[in-house]
Design a protein around this ligand. Structure first.
Ligand code: BDP
Length: 724
């Protein structure tokens, strides 16, 4: 063979690999990309540590886990890693051994029992063990689900280029139920959804089960999410009919191997609407037995059904109060039907009514605290992170810590209803973290929200955390490529509510974009600043609920018509004297719902954190802020700071072009341009509107708004996904 003949194929393949464009990046793979490890030294090191793998056990969970590892290793290590036979006979030097100790005597002999005793039924151990001159990486747990989570954790180590030479990891979730809430309707529209239609294609279910359902389950399992409520909290009783339950069962079958249970929203009036009863009164025996029969039917189709989420007597939804019964009467009636099967009820505390002459922020507490101790053990009260409604910034909800004899779970919103939909880059983990790390003082210092919801403060066995999903059927799942980070971060925080958002961001960036250190730092900076920036250009200094009525995307501080507690003027209370909602002891007294010293801190404008000032106080325009500026000036500066930060972020993104694929680079660049445009609309609309009360100039040196106030009031958005 001539030299030319020898090198020709190499030259051709080299040419092809450089000349052919890489596959276009759609974002579909989320953080489970499994591209080849770019660092050649590390790649070699991983290859010599993983020369084969063996799984023991053959449950559906082990099968999908084995498959995940196989695909991932092939991608990451760029070669087929052999699956080995029985571990005892292996001659290899370094391999992975995965399974439970009950399926493998070898694992049982190598993993200490006291370790296994610590990890419950979902935790895992990853440990490098020396055995007959071989290094074995053992991935184990007490159950196959532990092995599944351990395998995803191990893959995350590879994806984030971590050292795997001598592993000794033990991890277990701190919260039992880690659940997404889909606000998906049966016609496939998604309430507050900005990423296309619902994933659930009810027309083609139960027969057609697309790959997407499996990939959804994989993504959730990879971050530890173990439950999904398929339907909108504004529920449709039809989903409880036999026809739909069969479709739900088909999805449950797909999700089961990944450790994910399905849950449904229960419309309280279902016994009337689909059951033909005259009433849905929870104390009526016929109603209770209708639900018992319905629940029995559900479990006959879905043996591991999770339970119900219920929005009752809230925003027009039916509930027990329609029959003069309490929330406890309603929740317990459903809980009794579910209890024999191990099912649960997540009963939402998002209850308020404009006919109640009381500050909306106080109503949930007033309604639920007197019911503390009256709920059954399989009920959780699902509380939004703040007392109003998923605003860019709210204080923590005063119900956290106020119901020591009740299971209380938080609900966060992953979909960005009030934070720029799928157009603004806003990394939400710092918002979630702010709530979780708030000290309620319910049992003295260090009574963090996290320690209430993980059951440690009040000894609850049943714990949960819910996130309102931002997922739809668009190719990249979330619309904005950075929306994926919010899904990811929710899962990681539900697994460990003490984790910090920066660590989570770093992991996600490495898995989703690049391990290049400069790149990671650059993207992380953008993400970590993004939530505060959005607060600044939307609702600085504790302002809240001043968005456009209806779609909630743009500003609407002028909204004053219709139901009072749905207007903006109800919340900002601006007048010629000042601005802000007086919730002090001399105002609505919402501060009294917090424990000391939190209530005193909030009650005094001098000690109240400035970022919550106008949440708790109505202050004069000339009130002196810590910066030395007046309140009016500070408000303007914050709004301008917000827009300037978006401009800065755009510059920083441009510098990252070298490490981001073209598709996502361009998509994010375009979205950031829109974000700047719309941040400016927020700023200018709000500043001009509040100026009509403050009657003071916009401080020297700040650019003047482009248009008069009327322009912002009449502005219509034509290019924002999902706005209706
Ligand atoms: C509000 C949303 C509304 C939801 C409601 C809820 O605007 O669409 O139905 O929350 O959580 O923020 O029930």
């Amino acid at each position: 063979m001539s030299m030319l003949q020898k090198i020709l194929p190499v030259v051709i393949s080299l040419f092809l690999s450089t000349a052919l464009p890489a596959c276009p990046e759609t974002g579909y793979r989320l953080w489970l990309r499994y591209d080849k490890i770019s660092d050649p030294v590390l790649l070699q090191n991983y290859k010599s540590s993983i020369t084969g793998y063996v799984f023991v056990g053959n449950s559906p969970t082990i099968t999908v886990t084995r498959n995940e590892l196989k695909i991932a290793l092939k991608g990451l290590l760029d070669c087929e890693i052999p699956e080995l036979a029985s571990p005892e006979k292996i001659k290899k030097k370094s391999f992975i051994l995965a399974g439970t100790p009950s399926d493998s005597k070898l694992i049982a002999s190598l993993i200490p029992l006291h370790g296994l005793a610590k990890i419950g039924n979902e935790g895992f151990i990853i440990k490098t063990v020396r055995f007959h001159k071989a290094n074995i990486i053992i991935i184990t747990g007490n159950t196959d689900r532990g092995v599944l989570y351990g395998t995803f954790h191990f893959l995350r180590l590879l994806q984030t280029h971590s050292n795997i030479t001598s592993l000794n990891i033990l991890d277990t979730p701190k919260i039992k139920i880690r659940i997404l809430n889909h606000w998906d309707n049966l016609n496939r529209t998604v309430e507050r959804g900005y990423a296309g239609l619902s994933l659930w294609d009810w027309n083609t279910l139960p027969d057609s089960l697309t790959e997407r359902y499996t990939d959804y389950a994989r993504a959730n399992a990879s971050v530890g999410i173990n439950g999904t409520v398929l339907t909108n909290v504004n529920a449709n009783a039809l989903v409880l009919t036999t026809e739909y339950l069969k479709k739900v069962a088909a999805l449950a079958n797909v999700f089961r191997p990944y450790g994910i249970k399905v849950y449904l929203t229960a419309r309280f009036s279902a016994p009337v609407e689909i059951g033909g009863l005259k009433t849905a009164d929870p104390l009526d025996p016929e109603v209770a037995s209708w639900w018992k029969r319905k629940v029995a039917e559900i479990y006959s189709l879905i043996p591991d059904f999770g339970g119900f989420t219920v929005k009752a007597n809230s925003e027009g939804q039916p509930g027990p109060q329609n029959y003069n019964r309490s929330h406890a009467d309603g929740a317990n009636m459903l809980a009794r039907a579910l209890a024999p099967y191990g099912g649960i009820v997540m009963w939402r505390a998002f209850v308020y009514d404009d006919r109640v002459p009381e500050d909306r922020a106080k109503q949930a507490y007033n309604e639920f605290v007197p019911l503390d101790g009256k709920f059954m053990n399989n009920v959780l009260i699902q509380v939004k992170n703040g007392p109003v409604d998923f605003q860019p910034r709210e204080p923590f909800h005063p119900l956290f810590g106020a119901m020591p004899h009740t299971n209380v779970m938080p609900e966060f919103q992953i979909t960005q209803e009030y934070l720029g939909a799928s157009v603004h880059l806003v990394y939400l983990a710092p918002l979630f973290e702010e709530c979780l790390k708030s000290d309620t003082y319910a049992r003295g210092k260090e009574s963090y929200v996290a320690s209430i919801i993980d059951g440690t403060l009040f000894n609850n066995n049943l714990t949960a955390m819910a996130g309102v999903s931002n997922i739809g059927n668009v190719e990249n799942w979330t619309g904005h490529p950075f929306g994926q980070a919010n899904w990811y971060a929710f899962g990681r925080l539900a697994w460990n509510p003490y984790e910090n958002s920066e660590t989570i961001a770093e992991e996600w960036i490495k898995m989703t974009f690049s391990n290049d250190q400069k790149c990671v730092e650059g993207i992380k900076k953008i993400m970590m600043n993004s939530r505060e920036n959005a607060v600044n250009y939307m609702t600085p200094l504790g302002l809240h609920h001043i968005m456009y009525a209806g779609h909630h995307y743009g500003p609407g501080p002028w909204v004053s018509r219709g139901r009072q507690d749905w207007t903006s003027v109800y919340y900002h209370r601006a007048d010629t004297l000042g601005i802000g909602f007086d919730r002090t002891t001399s105002g609505s007294n919402a501060v009294s719902q917090y424990f000391s010293p939190v209530k005193e801190i909030f009650n005094n404008p001098e000690t109240c954190p400035e970022n919550l000032l106008l949440w708790f106080h109505h202050l004069p325009w000339d009130y002196k802020m810590k910066s030395g500026r007046t309140l009016w000036e500070e408000l303007c500066f914050k709004y301008y700071e917000g827009v300037d930060a978006v401009r800065q972020m755009r510059k920083e993104w441009q510098e990252l072009k070298y490490c981001v694929d073209n598709e996502r680079f361009e998509q994010v660049s375009e979205l950031m341009a829109k974000q700047e445009r719309d941040a400016k609309i927020w700023r200018d609309g709000c500043v001009l509107y509040f100026q009509t009360f403050s009657r003071r100039p916009i401080p020297e040196g700040l650019e003047k708004p482009e248009h008069p106030l009327e322009y912002y009031i009449n502005h219509k958005y034509t290019d924002i996904p999902g706005l209706r």
